[in-house]
Design a protein around this ligand. Structure first.
Ligand SMILES: NC(=O)c1ccc[n+]([C@@H]2O[C@H](COP(=O)([O-])OP(=O)(O)OC[C@H]3O[C@@H](n4cnc5c(N)ncnc54)[C@H](OP(=O)(O)O)[C@@H]3O)[C@@H](O)[C@H]2O)c1
Length: 291
């Protein structure tokens, strides 16, 4: 990745910087001079990743935060630790997400895909929002997927209790990332904090490896040969997190560093407001706060 501008003096938090797209984004942003915080579930693995990011970027300012983001208690603890560690936060990159072929339930009793892919960034962003606003101009970048275009928010069965499909749950969660971002951008108007969302492109990572659909292992192994490297997959999130060209851009969906049209449902303000309301209820936040 070609570095063309400086992030010196900026602080960036990347969820899931231990591998895949998040790790590559961490290396790129640290190479530009940013202090980078990464998160992971396992301290030794996260410490190893941070050491490698520091080595590969030549920037020792890499911090580790440990949290399982499928648990709201852990998201809240993570937010507290970040607020204690970072007096300013210039960029929040909501990157963690995944695909699970079978239905799993979190510690909070919620369907895992929706909880991790959508509710975790919703809650973490909400808890860090005042710090981001105080650090303005600041950026919130959320990693969605092209799968958002096939998504449908099933307000009658958000948790897939009726009939679970890994693909349907993933598509729904990734559409939720887009709708969250558009609603967030509306709420942040005039604050100096932008919210953008993106598709990184098909990227060769550990994506989906925790619970792969039966028979798909060998097919995915072949598909990986044609996928982007993590470095290339990180190009659009890094662009949105750091490029002067993306300054002030808000409420837009990107792929290949270009603004694109997203799922038609994402442009329905009544639906994005309803999703916000339901999400706030599920994480126990008041719907109007913060911002
Ligand atoms: N790869 C693709 O082709 C592709 C395409 C479209 C969109 N995306 C999106 O890109 C984002 C990054 O995916 P990736 O491909 O880089 O995936 P990945 O290689 O599986 O990396 C996932 C990261 O998330 C962390 N993570 C997973 N479960 C977690 C949990 N419960 N709590 C906290 N952290 C957790 C992992 O950290 P630890 O294991 O260390 O905890 C790891 O750092 C996701 O939002 C995904 O939906 C990927």
């Amino acid at each position: 990745m070609t570095v063309t501008h400086s992030m010196t003096g900026k602080t960036v938090l990347i969820t899931g910087g231990t591998g895949g797209i998040g790790r590559a984004a961490a290396i790129a942003l640290a190479s530009m001079g940013a202090r980078v915080g990464i998160t992971g579930r396992d301290r030794p693995r996260a410490e190893r990743a941070a050491a490698a990011i520091a080595r590969e970027s030549g920037n020792p300012a890499v911090d580790v935060f440990v949290a399982d983001l499928s648990s709201q208690t852990e998201v809240r603890r993570l937010a507290d630790e970040v607020l204690a560690a970072y007096p300013r936060l210039d960029v929040l990159l909501n990157n963690v997400g995944g695909f699970w072929a079978h239905r799993h339930v979190t510690a909070d009793g919620l369907e895992h895909t929706f909880a991790l892919n959508h509710l975790a960034p919703f809650l973490l962003t909400s808890l860090l929002l005042d710090r981001l606003v105080a650090s303005a101009p600041a950026r919130i970048v959320t990693v969605s997927s092209g799968a958002q275009s096939m998504g449908k928010i099933d307000f009658d069965d958000l948790m897939g209790e009726g009939k679970y499909s890994g693909q349907r749950a993933y598509n729904q969660s990734k559409l939720a990332n887009v709708m969250f971002t558009y609603e967030l951008a509306r709420r942040l108007e005039g604050s100096g904090v932008t919210a953008t969302v993106l598709h990184p492109g098909m990227t060769s990572t550990a994506f989906g490896a925790e619970d792969t659909a039966r028979g798909w292992g060998p097919i995915i192994a072949v598909m990986r040969l044609f996928m982007k490297s993590p470095e290339r997959g990180a190009e659009t999130p890094v662009y949105l997190a750091s490029s002067p060209d993306a300054a002030g851009v808000t409420g837009r969906y990107f792929a290949d560093r270009k603004a694109r049209t997203s799922n038609r449902a994402s442009y329905d303000p009544a639906a994005t407001a309803r999703l916000w309301q339901v999400s706030a209820d599920l994480v126990g936040l008041p719907v109007d706060a913060p911002h």
